[in-house]
Design a protein around this ligand. Structure first.
Ligand SMILES: [Fe+2]
Length: 345
């Protein structure tokens, strides 16, 4: 028996309920529709075992802390996701058990660095990596058209032709496609070289989605929209930044920078640990604790979070409070950990 797949939103932004043997996963839920999902899950007498996100979304609000509790299931995302609300980080090839079925994670960066597709026999949930006759835009921060071309043509197009494609969006009322149909008919990829694809994506000139900045900031920080009292950083790359390698060297110098870690306390002592000697000031408390940091106002300072997104907001806060020598750790603790520099837990 194959799992049953149901799309629950019936709009151009798609959420899938996938179930078999009385257990279910929910893929890409939209925050304001959670009460509906709960009713749908109860009506089918299913037990929700996980929430799977295909990537850090920029066009809708993802689960809040409260709605996570309402759904009562762990949230799964790729390890490069900046969100503090993820319970299980996965990487390419990891498996998620769903009853008698196994869902395999395919890391397919391009739309975002943390984009994944969830694959199981006969079906693949492609998020915004592959759309029906299209593909997700690659002009958001961290987007990369060349990587997306590679992910689609080498990973997704390697799946059997009859694999059903369930996209994250569709703007023309279409519901599903197949890998075979996309290989033949998707004009973005069919007969196109990687360079042609990169040129095509670079020339799309799409407008920004409504409220993208708020959606990104809320989704990246895990705070509620009314709690987001920090400055909006339009472009993470616009704040001064330092690489993990340079920071590690500077920490060994005669005048090391102060390192301020703006993650949640659980993350500070969690899997990635923290940079030895760093000060923990969670982003939501930063504004309040500025007086305590006043002694460091003339010192070089580096702000750190998981992936470098929340810390970019912190840099903006600190700069406007007069901390002139503040920098963002590029790629956050993920890049520090990838470089295998020392951490404390
Ligand atoms: Fe997206």
């Amino acid at each position: 028996m194959a799992p049953r797949v149901e799309e629950l939103n019936l709009t151009n932004c798609k959420t899938y309920l996938v179930h078999i043997d009385g257990v279910a996963v929910l893929i890409d839920p939209v925050r304001e529709r959670v009460p509906t999902y709960v009713r749908e899950i109860e009506a089918r007498k299913l037990r929700l075992i996980a929430v799977l996100e295909t990537h850090m979304h920029a066009d809708h609000l993802m689960l809040s802390r409260d709605f996570k509790q309402t759904l009562g299931a762990p949230v799964i995302m790729h390890r490069q996701s900046p969100s503090p609300l993820v319970d299980r980080h996965v990487d390419d090839g990891d498996e998620i058990e769903l009853g008698s079925e196994t869902i395999v994670v395919l890391h397919t960066p391009g739309h975002t660095p943390d984009s994944v597709c969830y694959s199981m026999p006969g079906a693949v949930f492609t998020g915004d990596t592959l759309l029906i006759g299209g593909s997700g835009r690659t002009d958001f921060p961290g987007g990369d058209a060349a990587l997306q071309y590679q992910a689609v043509t080498e990973r997704l197009f390697a799946l059997p032709d009859d694999t059903v494609v369930y996209p994250g969006h569709d703007y023309k009322g279409q519901t599903t496609s197949t890998i075979g149909a996309e290989k033949r008919q998707n004009q973005r990829f069919s007969g196109k070289s990687r360079d042609e694809y990169v040129a095509l994506m670079g020339a799309l000139g799409l407008p920004s989605p409504d409220r993208i900045q708020q959606a990104l900031q809320v989704n990246q920080s895990g705070f509620e929209p009314d709690e987001v009292q920090f400055p909006l950083v339009r472009d993470v790359a616009s704040v001064p930044e330092i690489s993990a390698t340079d920071l590690e060297a500077e920490l060994r110098s005669a005048s090391p920078p102060v390192v301020v870690d703006v993650r949640e306390p659980e993350e500070f002592v969690g899997e990635l640990g923290h940079i030895p000697g760093s000060l923990l000031v969670p982003l939501d408390l930063l504004q309040l604790r500025l007086p305590k940091l006043a002694g460091y106002v003339d010192r070089p300072m580096v702000v750190v979070c998981r992936a470098g997104a929340r810390s970019a907001s912190a840099v903006a806060i600190l700069k406007s409070a007069g901390f002139a020598r503040v920098q963002n750790l590029r790629g956050g603790m993920l890049s520090w950990s990838d470089a295998r520099f020392a951490v404390q837990r």
